[in-house]
Design a protein around this ligand. Structure first.
Ligand SMILES: Nc1ncnc2c1ncn2[C@@H]1O[C@H](COP(=O)(O)OP(=O)(O)OP(=O)(O)O)[C@@H](O)[C@H]1O
Ligand SMILES: [Mg+2]
Length: 258
């Protein structure tokens, strides 16, 4: 099958510090890939290289190649803003624009991207909120501030905002770590639905979550503090959790790490 993402020989630096080294992997369309590994091994850094966010950090620099379909995101003449529209991101803490209404939060990216008629915007906002399983909870208060929602609702609002611009890929960095168990399950169910349309990459510290939501799992590790993080292995999730190829993966998933 054609690859949605094809990363080769990727290094990412913070100034002179090599945070992740020589990462290569592929991601198929309409799949969920989970990134697991100990704190500091570079999961978030790597995730941010997939939509040109890493370079937003002062000193942030990337070497290597990230192909999105047949386009190198680090090629000459690529507009990072356009990349971030194609590769959306949802963060650990829900971050709706606090002063904006629920409606405007979802419409924000669309308004930046081009001109839409009010009726078109209405349609896309409704579709995105439905896609994020939030519509029924907010349809009667679309003009109230997004910050007035519960944490789990805010995270679904952020997902609605991200999918409104119809990205190819959705990156999620520990999207449930600030949520209660019920909201977490709601997001996990949602991920299962969203993968029919989007390609999803999710960082999680929750092994059960990785096992529940993902098709493929990538294990990252670092030899010691100060050493670069590396991709140890990536395989079908079932295999990673039942019979991984590398001992370090086995140790990590069975909690025998460190
Ligand atoms: N803004 C930054 N400036 C300098 N170094 C950074 C910065 N952000 C991260 N690092 C370093 O890069 C390495 C990888 O960090 P990263 O946040 O990607 O790890 P992670 O696997 O996401 O960890 P966690 O599971 O704790 O979120 C760490 O050594 C970290 O200290
Ligand atoms: Mg992280």
């Amino acid at each position: 099958m054609a690859k949605r993402i094809d990363v080769s020989g990727l290094n990412a630096y913070y100034s002179n510090f090599l945070a992740i080294e020589d990462i290569s992997m592929t991601v198929e369309p309409r799949s969920v890939t989970a990134f697991i590994g100990p704190s500091g091994c570079g999961k978030s850094t790597f995730l941010r290289t997939l939509n040109r966010m890493h370079e937003v950090t002062p000193g942030g620099r990337v070497e290597g190649k990230v192909m999105l379909d047949d386009e190198n995101l680090y090629g000459a003449g690529i507009d990072p803003v356009a990349v971030r529209r194609e590769v959306g991101m949802v963060f650990q803490r829900p971050n709706p624009f606090p002063t904006m209404s629920i409606y405007d939060n979802v419409a924000a990216g669309l308004r930046l991207a081009g001109k839409y008629k009010k009726s078109e915007l209405d349609g896309i906002v409704e579709k995105s909120l439905k896609g994020a399983n939030l519509w029924n909870e907010v349809k009667d208060r679309l003009n109230k501030p997004g910050s007035g929602l519960s944490g789990g609702q805010q995270q679904r609002l952020c997902i609605a905002r991200a999918i409104a611009v119809e990205p190819k890929v959705l990156l999620m960095d520990e999207p449930c770590s600030a949520l209660d168990p019920i909201s977490t399950l709601a997001i996990e169910d949602l991920i299962g639905e969203l993968k029919e349309q989007f390609t999803i990459v999710i960082v999680t510290h929750n092994m059960q979550q990785a096992a529940r939501v993902s098709d493929r799992t990538a294990f990252f590790n670092l030899a010691a503090v100060g050493q670069p993080g590396k991709l140890i292995e990536i395989d079908d999730t079932e295999r990673i959790f039942s019979n991984p190829s590398v001992q370090a993966t086995e140790d990590y998933i069975s909690g025998r790490f460190g």
